[in-house]
Design a binder for this molecule. Structure first.
Ligand code: TXA
Ligand code: MG
Length: 314
């Protein structure tokens, strides 16, 4: 297995688009850093992104769109979001917005939250890829977890030397720093991650002084890290081999239940189903959710991290 690095010819972009449509991952350049992209509507493709990055938890991902009009299909564009989009899209600006009730994006890109991060990149190659494949692309920076973001195609190849991956070579990234992440669900912008678009830029565009993450609502600081953030309404009991009376049973591998995260014990399939299945079982008549043990290997580490948060006392 190895990576294929190729310049952004029309034929290579078509080939990459087909790979994306069939659920595979493609690395592509943006003006900030290279992204590891997958179909944002496909739970399995999104699970594969987490697996490839070796992330120990499900930190939510940014969804990349070809133009600002596409954002309103997935998220609630507040007046503030519209101002920010008009000023900074396409560009290194990511908006965290409420998911629309009919949002077709995977729950895994939101890591179970009711919000989604959207961005319209300015890089012409990213734009061509998004137009050619016709899919919203979930894409974190194309590095393994805990390593620095890649700004050249060769960096991406060195990160993923043991997986097959198509890498579109668009040359070095102009910005080289990840996008500014701005929460824009209310009236006041909140900078969740600083980037090349500054608080001054945001003030100039909106006339409002943005808050920094320190002053943001607690649940927005670092979505991956809060103990009970992704908790369903019902109590969750881990490492269960069967349900107690009234509980729903969420199975895995040979341990069956009302739903089974992956009858074959495949952690990628289990991750793809995790948030959707928890939501389905967090309903009447059940009074709690018992979850079968998941082995602590590969994506199992991130699944267990999230399950422990779901089960944490509140
Ligand atoms: O420049 C960039 O943003 C690059 C390129 C590829 O677009 N992408 C990137 O993705 O840096 P990533 O996954 O490495 O960082 C995404 C950031 C994380 O800090 C994550 O917590 C935040 O965005 N984020 C994503 N969805 C969020 C959400 N729903 N609520 C709050 N923060 C969110
Ligand atoms: Mg990153």
């Amino acid at each position: 297995m190895s990576c294929v690095i190729h310049p952004p010819s029309d034929s290579f972009l078509r080939q990459c688009s087909e790979q994306l449509q069939s659920g595979q991952l493609v690395a592509f350049p943006t003006e900030t850093v290279y992204g590891l992209g997958g179909n944002a509507c496909d739970d399995s493709a999104v699970a594969r992104i987490y697996a490839a990055k070796g992330r120990p938890s499900f930190n939510p991902l940014i969804v990349h769109l070809p133009h600002a009009e596409a954002a309103g299909r997935h998220a609630v564009m507040t007046p503030l979001a519209q101002k920010l989009a008009a000023a900074f899209w396409p560009g290194p600006c990511t908006l965290v917005l409420g998911r629309r009730p009919d949002c077709s994006l995977s729950l895994l890109v939101s890591a179970g939250l009711d919000t989604v991060a959207l961005r319209v990149p300015a890089h012409p190659v990213a734009h061509r890829l998004l137009e050619t494949c016709g899919l919203p692309l979930a894409a974190p920076s194309a590095n393994r977890s805990g390593r620095i973001s890649p700004t050249e195609a060769a960096h991406v190849a060195s990160e993923f030397s043991n997986v097959f991956l198509s890498i579109i070579d668009g040359g070095p990234c102009a910005v080289g720093l990840e996008s500014t992440v701005i929460e824009a669900r209310g009236d006041i912008p909140v900078i969740l991650r600083p980037g090349s678009i500054t608080a001054e830029d945001i003030f100039a565009a909106t006339g409002i002084i943005p808050l920094s993450a320190d002053h943001a609502p607690k649940e927005l600081h670092s979505p991956g890290m809060l103990a009970s953030h992704y908790a369903p309404d019902r109590p969750v009991r881990l490492n269960a081999h069967s349900a107690n009376p009234g509980e729903a049973m969420l199975g895995f591998a040979a341990i069956n239940g009302d739903l089974n995260l992956s009858p074959n014990g495949d952690p990628i399939e289990a991750a793809a189903n995790l948030f959707a299945y928890l939501r389905r079982l967090d309903t009447p008549p059940y009074c709690g959710i018992a979850v079968a043990p998941i082995p602590e290997t590969g994506l199992g580490v991130a699944i267990n991290d999230r399950l422990r948060r779901a089960a944490a006392p509140r």
